[in-house]
Design a protein around this ligand. Structure first.
Ligand SMILES: [Zn+2]
Ligand SMILES: [Zn+2]
Length: 154
């Protein structure tokens, strides 16, 4: 059923914001800090050890798609594509939009986009493993979005 598959795909996508938040907070700033630290302390070179996380997160996505195809479970395939779609969003938002590894929307005036970038920059204010805040990516509070609205001249 296509509608059920769609629900599985969307559920996976939304759950990934929570999974990515938890992985960032408890793994990347925890036992896997050795892979994430170079993302908090700018080091020369285009690639970061932190980029390994794209490979790590690709594994559950690939397993859901491959096993779903082998056993004919379309919901599992859809779930895997939902994870992959979130991974693509993470790449676009985190690597390209926020950190500008390629020029992209640098001068946006959209208050949501600006709030997403500000929130993650607040995460990076902390150069250390401990004491960081704002581990999520796409979810930002109303207040932060409102604070990014450019005030109209009276
Ligand atoms: Zn971090
Ligand atoms: Zn970052």
């Amino acid at each position: 059923m296509v509608t059920v598959d769609l629900i599985f795909g969307i559920t996976a996508y939304i759950s990934m914001e929570g999974a990515a938040w938890a992985a960032h907070k408890y793994l990347m700033h925890g036992p896997l800090w050795f892979l994430h630290s170079d993302h908090h302390t700018k080091e020369p070179g285009f690639f970061e050890k932190n980029d390994f996380f794209f490979l790590i997160f690709a594994i559950p996505s690939w397993l859901c798609i491959m096993l779903g195809m082998i056993y004919g479970v379309s919901e599992s395939v859809a779930f895997g594509y939902g994870i992959a779609a979130y991974g693509l969003t993470y790449f676009l938002v985190h690597e390209i939009f926020i950190h500008q590894r390629f020029r992209f929307l640098r001068n946006t005036t959209n208050p949501y986009f600006k709030a997403v970038r500000l929130k993650h920059k607040l995460h990076h204010k902390n150069l250390d493993q401990h004491g960081a805040e704002h581990f999520g990516l796409l979810w930002v509070s109303r207040e932060l979005i409102n604070s990014q609205r450019t005030k109209k001249q009276p």
